[in-house]
Design a protein around this ligand. Structure first.
Ligand SMILES: [Zn+2]
Length: 526
């Protein structure tokens, strides 16, 4: 019996590991590599095995870096099922279609650019001189419907006619729809058959709603083996979701190999209990100035946690009850999935909301913004309000339009609640905004470019930690030490290389046998 570590090995995206026995080939997650297109495209397009030989997929949770290549797998004739929790199944309906939509739009844009430069070169007949602005504008006009929308039919027509290499999306909406037919959702702590001699039981992972630790039990050559795949592990005491499981059935307690994440393998978070207090302070300050609050947030998890905490603050009359707008169609759909699965909420959510007949995510002041027109109208709203909008790192989406209307006004607040990757607008807002605050807002404000214009960052920038969906080093060790598991060996994955190595080292010091595999490495289990 052997395991090959294909993705999220010494990096954080593209989670995928393959367990092979004499009878079965079980894939754990099938995630998308994320980051710069140039570096990830090739990795995403090639599956390192024949999809037809995979028995089944065990999916830890719905995040795209864990589920995002399943449509590629089914497109390549994967014959099996995708086994996951019920929430994960329901959330994937929206996330995979959204991912396919992004793949299609990216391909459309790249094809538009290729055709544009081909036509520009034709215009200058290959000579070195640059194309005139007027000619370029003519070409752009020819390739667009109205001001913004790319004319895909026209572009396809030109690609067919000339020697231009077309970009094909990784998968289409149709491929994603097809993939969803293979999904099978199970409740936590029930056992699913996933192979000839293999079963899987899901336990709470505490990372996002529906996330699971997968306990995979295999019978091979007359012996039983248990592999525990943690997926992403969450924090203790987070709102809404249950803590990572600590008590496992007797038959699941002896682990031959644990495959464990290490995103924050060498880092520490702020305590969760300060979150409500912090949000209260930021909101009251902003409202006193007569301003609004823009919160860029991920659609899955972060948006719902914000709604939960806001609902609590409103119920306790800790802040004025100004309107809250959720302006992201994906976040609206995912909030619906949350609403449909109260059976997986934690006890606190039951006591605070459900037992009183309240839904944590729907209250009088919350509005889910639908159409683009509604979103545009909200841009012009003068009265104080809160906007929760995607994308979480301000790289695209409706949040950009809210920023465009509010970033220059010192009455307003931009509240950062998530991790901002390098080279994102969110990161620039956070770093330059906090630096400007620290300099007591003296001197000229930072200037930021987005949507083809430069804007002065005069709005207040605030940061609220503690929302992370990943456990830090101590929380992950707490999970290992307080659970009733007996673990022979730990493979440390899903972390930047320095985090994984430091975490494995720390685990060794704590008495565990741990190692960091290399990408594509295969190990035997005995
Ligand atoms: Zn995740």
């Amino acid at each position: 019996m052997q395991i090959t570590f294909y993705g999220a090995v010494r990096e954080v995206t593209g989670s995928m590991h393959l367990l092979e026995t004499g009878n079965d080939r079980i894939l754990m997650d099938c995630g998308l590599f994320q980051g710069h297109r140039k570096e990830t495209d090739e990795k995403n397009r090639t599956l390192p095995f024949d999809a037809q030989t995979i028995t089944n997929v065990v999916l830890s949770h719905a995040h795209i870096d864990h589920s995002g290549r399943i449509p590629l797998l089914t497109k390549n004739n994967f014959p099996g099922r995708v086994v996951c929790t019920r929430v994960t199944r329901d959330a994937c309906k929206y996330l995979l279609l959204d991912s396919a939509h992004i793949q299609e739009s990216d391909a459309d844009y790249l094809n538009y650019k290729a055709v544009r430069s081909f036509l520009s070169e034709m215009k200058t007949s290959g000579s070195k001189k640059n194309i005139s602005k007027r000619d370029l504008n003519d070409i752009k006009k020819q390739l667009k419907k109205g001001n913004h929308q790319i004319d895909t039919e026209k572009i396809e027509e030109i690609i067919r006619k000339y020697p231009i290499e077309a970009v094909v999306p990784l998968y289409s909406m149709e491929d994603a729809e097809h993939a969803l037919e293979s999904f099978e959702g199970y409740p936590y702590r029930s056992t699913a058959t996933i192979g000839k001699n293999a079963t899987c039981t899901f336990y709470e992972a505490g990372h996002i709603l529906g996330s699971a630790l997968s306990m995979i039990k295999v019978r091979n050559n007359g012996r039983k083996y248990t592999v525990c795949y943690t997926g992403d592990i969450g924090r203790f005491n987070k709102p809404i979701i249950k803590d990572p499981a600590l008590h496992f059935e007797a038959t699941d307690q002896d682990i031959d190999l644990m495959i464990m994440e290490s995103t924050y393998g060498n880092r520490f978070h702020e305590p969760i209990k300060d979150l409500k207090k912090g949000l209260k302070k930021i909101l009251n300050e902003a409202i006193e100035r007569g301003g609004s609050i823009i919160i860029p947030a991920f659609a899955y998890g972060r948006t719902q946690e914000l709604l939960y905490v806001l609902h609590e603050l409103y119920n306790d009359k800790e802040v004025p009850r100004i309107p809250v707008f959720v302006d992201s169609p994906l976040a609206t759909n995912i909030t619906r999935v949350f609403g449909e699965h109260p059976e997986v909420y934690d006890l606190e959510t039951h006591e605070t909301f459900l037992q009183k007949g309240h839904n944590p995510f729907y209250f009088d002041q919350v509005h889910f913004v639908g159409s683009v027109e509604e979103s545009m109208a909200l841009n012009r709203e003068e009265k104080p309000h809160i906007v929760i909008s995607a994308s979480g790192m301000c790289e695209a989406g409706r949040v950009l339009h809210h920023l465009r209307h509010k970033i220059h006004n010192p009455r307003h607040t931009i509240l950062i609640v998530g991790y901002m990757a390098q080279n994102t607008l969110g990161r620039r807002i956070l770093e330059q905004g906090l630096a400007y605050e620290q300099a007591s807002r003296k001197g000229p404000p930072p200037m930021l470019k987005f949507l083809n214009k430069i804007y002065p960052l005069k709005a207040r920038v605030r940061q609220l930690g503690g929302f992370s969906a990943h456990g830090d080093r101590d929380e992950m060790v707490r999970f290992l030490k307080t659970s009733n598991l007996r673990i022979k060996k730990i493979a440390v994955v899903h972390g930047e290389e320095d985090q994984s190595i430091a975490f494995a080292q720390h685990l060794q010091n704590e008495g565990f046998s741990a190692f960091v595999p290399n990408p594509g490495e295969t190990i035997g289990i005995d």
